[in-house]
Ligand binder design. Structure first.
Ligand code: MIG
Length: 663
C-alpha cells in the first residue's frame, strides 16, 4: 500500500509513473516536525532494525550507523566518510519491528541520519517534497510496490552485457587498435572499447579530433564486424566558442542555463569556459539528445554520460575571489592559518553551492535556481538522449548509462558508480552497492572493475573480475594516471581467460534474469535476509548476495585470502568453476570456510533450482545460447525461462522460452 504526503511546493521530478492521490494527515510511525519550510521525520528504531536502500551510497548493505545525503556530487575521493556520491536515490526500507518503505521525492538535498546522531533514531530532513510511505508483507513486496510506482527499468541491447575495456588515455585510433589486438591475441573475449574524452576536439561534445581519429566511422564499422563496439563518452558541459555549432545553436535557441538575468551562465569545466544545457526544458534536452545522431550515423550505438551532477571545476565568481585571496597573500609570511586560507581558496572551488545557486533553469517560463532542482540534472540530461533515441527509432534499444542519476532515470539508462580506486575496500563496496541500486530501479549498473584511481594489482583485478562477471554492466576502466590494467597485460592469462569466459557462459542466465527482474520490478541482487527474513544470522551478512533466482554469490574481497567464510542460510550445492571444469558439492545450512584460489569462481546453487550455461564465446554476437547445458540441484523436473528476444528491439522482449530440465 502506498500513501503520499506533500510538503511545500515540490518541483516535479518525474520519478513516479503512477498516479497516487495525496493523503492528508500524518504518516504512521513517524514524528513529523515542520519548521521554516523544512520538514523532519523521526522514527525510533529497535535494536535489531536494519535500514536498506539509498542506491548509490557508501558503507554497508545495512545503512544503519551513518548519515547520508541525497545530493549528486562529484568528488573522486570515495572515502568511507563520504555522505553522498554521484546520484541521489532517496528510497529506504526499514526492516524489523515494523517494516516499511519511504521515498522522499525531491530535487533538492535530502538528508538521512540513520543512527548517526543517536544510534536509535532515524531522522530524515528535507523541504518541498512528495513523500511516499509504502507498506507490504515483506521487504521484497515493498520493493516491488516501489518499483511499480517508479516504472520499468531500462533494458539495454544484449551485446551491452558483454565485457568492455576502457581507460582514460586511449588517445588515438592506434591506441584503440592496440587494445583490440591485445584482447584478440590473448584470446580474451571483448564486446566494447570505450572512448574517453581524448577523442574530442578541444573537449567539445560531439566533435572528433581528425588527426587522432581520421576515420571514426570506418573504425567503428570495421570493429563492429569483428564483434566489438566503440562507446564514446559525452560530457555535460559545452565549450563556449563561437563557431562551435553546439554552442552557437544553444545560444541562439536559449537552451543553456542562465544567470538570474537570463544570460548564459558560464562555468569552468574541461574546455575552460563552458555552459550547461538547460535539461529541465524538454525542448532543450531533446535538442542536446539530437546531437548523439552525429555518432549514431557513424554506426555507434552506445554512450556514457559523464560530469552531469553537473560537475563544475569553478564558477566565475568563485575563481575571481580565489585569485584575490591568493594575490592578497603574496609576499605575506604564511602562518598555518593563512596558508590554509590560501589553499582553501582553490580547494573549495569545485561544485560550490553558491555557484549552483546562481545558475538558473527555465521551467514553464519561470527562472528557477539550480539549487532547487540540483539532483535532477544528470537524470534529465540522460533522459534527453533516450528521448531522442525513442523518437528516432521507437523500438530500438541503445546502450546508455550515466554517472549522475536520480530515481526516474532508471527508466532511460543505466549508471556506473564513478571514480572508485584500486582498493580492496572498493571491491567490497561494489558488492554492497548492487542490491541497493536494484532496490531503486538501477538494474543496469556496475563499477569500474579493477578500480579507477590508483594502481591495481593482478590479484585485485582477478578477484574484482570474479565479481564483475555477475554485474550487468561489466567494464574494466581506469584513470589516465593509473597503471595499465587491460586484462592482457597481466601474467596469468589463463586465469583471466577462465574468468572472463565464465561471464559469457553465464550470459544467457544473467540476461534472462535481468529482463525478468526489469519487467517484474524485482531485484537481481538480493541481500540474504530479503529471502530469509526470519534468519537473524542472514541479517548480518554484508558480503554475500543472491543473484537471480538460482544462485548465491560469496565473492572474495580480501587481499591474500586463500578463501573465505560463507554462511548458507539453507541447503545448497557448491559449484566450483575451475579451469578444467565444474566441481559440485551439496552442503547443509551452516557456516563454512571455502577455499577459493585466484583462478576459480565459487557460487552456490539453491535447492530446487537450475543454472543454464552456454559454451564460452569471444563476444555476445558469437554466443550460442540455443544449446544450453544445465547445472542442477533438483529431484524433479524443473522449468527455467530464458529470454529469447532478438537482442536489440523493445518489442521482442516479450519472447520467452520455458525449458523443462530433468533431474
Ligand atoms: O574529471 O573523462 O568518472 O570515468 O574517465 C574526470 C575522464 C572526468 C570522470 C569519470 C571517469 C572518466 C574521467 N571523468
Amino acid at each position: 500500500m502506498i500513501r503520499k504526503f506533500r510538503y511545500g511546493k515540490p518541483f516535479p521530478t518525474d520519478a513516479v509513473v503512477k498516479n497516487v492521490g495525496q493523503t492528508s494527515g500524518m504518516p504512521p510511525f513517524f514524528t513529523v516536525t515542520e519548521q521554516d519550510g523544512g520538514v523532519e521525520y523521526r522514527y525510533t528504531m529497535e535494536k535489531e532494525d536494519c535500514v536498506f536502500g539509498l542506491g548509490e551510497q557508501m558503507r554497508g548493505i545495512n545503512k544503519r550507523g551513518w548519515h547520508y545525503d541525497g545530493y549528486a556530487y562529484d568528488d573522486p575521493h570515495l572515502t568511507e566518510t563520504r555522505t553522498s556520491l554521484y546520484g541521489a536515490h532517496n528510497f529506504i526500507v526499514v526492516f524489523g519491528a515494523r517494516t516499511f518503505g519511504v521515498f522522499v521525492d525531491c530535487g533538492k538535498r535530502v538528508s538521512f541520519d540513520i543512527g548517526y546522531t543517536d544510534p536509535d533514531e532515524l531522522i530524515i530532513t528535507f523541504a518541498d517534497a512528495d513523500v511516499y510511505f509504502i507498506t507490504g508483507e515483506s521487504v521484497l513486496a515493498i520493493v516491488k510496490t516501489f518499483r511499480e510506482l517508479i516504472g520499468q527499468s531500462y533494458i539495454p541491447p544484449k551485446w551491452a552485457f558483454g565485457f568492455g575495456q576502457s581507460k582514460w588515455g586511449y588517445r588515438c585510433e592506434e591506441d584503440i587498435r592496440e587494445v583490440f589486438r591485445g584482447y584478440e591475441e590473448a584470446e580474451l573475449p571483448l564486446d566494447m572499447i570505450y572512448l574517453d574524452i581524448d577523442y574530442m576536439e578541444e573537449y567539445c561534445d560531439f566533435t572528433v579530433n581528425r588527426e587522432r581519429f581520421p576515420d571514426l566511422k570506418g573504425l567503428a564499422e570495421e570493429f563492429k564486424e569483428k564483434g566489438v563496439r566503440l562507446i564514446p563518452i559525452v560530457d555535460a558541459a559545452v565549450k563556449v566558442k563561437e563557431g562551435y555549432h553546439v554552442y552557437d545553436e544553444g545560444v541562439e535557441k536559449g537552451y543553456f542555463c542562465t544567470d538570474s538575468e537570463g544570460k548564459p551562465y558560464v562555468v569552468g569545466v574541461w574546455p575552460g569556459d563552458s555552459v550547461l544545457p538547460d535539461v529541465l526544458n524538454p525542448e532543450a534536452r531533446l535538442w542536446f539528445g539530437s546531437y548523439y545522431e552525429e555518432f549514431l550515423k557513424q554506426g555507434i550505438e552506445g554512450f556514457w554520460n559523464d560530469m552531469n551532477e553537473p560537475a563544475i571545476f569553478y564558477g566565475q565568481g568563485s575563481i575571481d575571489r580565489a585569485f584575490q585571496v591568493v594575490a592578497s597573500k603574496a609576499g605575506v609570511n604564511l602562518d598555518h592559518e593563512t596558508f590554509n586560507e590560501v589553499q582553501a581558496a582553490f580547494g573549495s572551488l569545485a561544485n560550490n553551492p553558491d555557484d549552483y545557486a546562481a545558475m538558473h533553469h527555465k521551467a514553464e517560463g519561470e527562472l528557477i535556481s539550480h539549487s532547487e532542482v540540483h539532483n535532477l540534472y544528470g537524470d534529465f540530461l540522460t533522459r534527453g538522449a533516450a528521448e531522442y533515441f525513442a523518437e528516432r527509432d521507437p523500438d530500438r534499444r541503445y546502450l546508455l548509462f550515466s554517472r549522475s542519476s536520480y530515481i526516474g532515470m532508471h527508466r532511460y539508462g543505466g549508471i556506473w558508480t564513478g571514480d572508485n580506486a584500486s582498493w580492496w575496500s572498493h571491491l567490497a563496496l561494489n558488492v554492497k552497492m548492487m542490491p541497493s541500486l536494484d532496490m531503486c530501479g538501477f538494474l543496469f549498473a556496475g563499477a569500474d572493475l579493477g578500480g579507477h584511481a590508483e594502481d591495481t594489482t593482478e590479484d585485485l583485478m582477478l578477484r574484482w573480475l570474479a565479481f564483475g562477471i555477475f554485474t550487468p554492466l561489466m567494464r574494466n576502466h581506469a584513470t589516465c594516471t593509473a597503471r595499465d590494467q587491460e586484462c592482457y597485460r597481466f601474467k596469468d592469462l589463463g586465469a583471466f581467460r577462465h574468468i572472463l569466459s565464465l561471464r559469457y557462459r553465464l550470459l544467457p542466465y544473467l540476461y534472462s534474469e535481468f529482463v525478468k527482474c526489469a519487467q517484474k520490478g524485482e531485484m537481481l541482487f538480493k541481500p540474504l535476509c530479503f529471502e530469509y527474513p526470519e534468519d537473524a544470522r542472514a541479517r548480518t551478512v554484508e558480503d554475500q548476495l543472491f543473484w537471480g533466482e538460482s544462485v548465491m554469490l560469496a565473492p572474495v574481497v580480501e587481499a591474500n585470502a586463500a578463501g573465505r567464510y560463507v554462511y548458507l542460510p539453507a541447503r545448497m550445492k557448491l559449484l566450483r568453476f575451475t579451469r578444467h571444469g565444474v566441481r559440485e558439492r551439496v552442503m547443509e545450512k551452516g557456516e563454512y570456510y571455502i577455499d577459493v584460489p585466484l583462478d576459480e569462481v565459487v557460487v552456490f546453487l539453491r535447492e530446487g533450482k537450475v543454472l543454464p550455461l552456454a559454451q564460452p564465446a569471444k563476444n555476445v554476437a558469437s554466443l550460442d545460447d540455443r544449446h544450453l547445458t544445465f547445472l542442477k540441484f533438483i529431484v524433479q523436473t524443473t522449468e527455467y525461462t530464458v529470454c529469447r528476444d532478438d537482442g536489440v528491439t523493445k518489442s521482442s522482449l516479450q519472447n520467452f522460452e520455458t525449458i523443462k530440465v530433468q533431474p
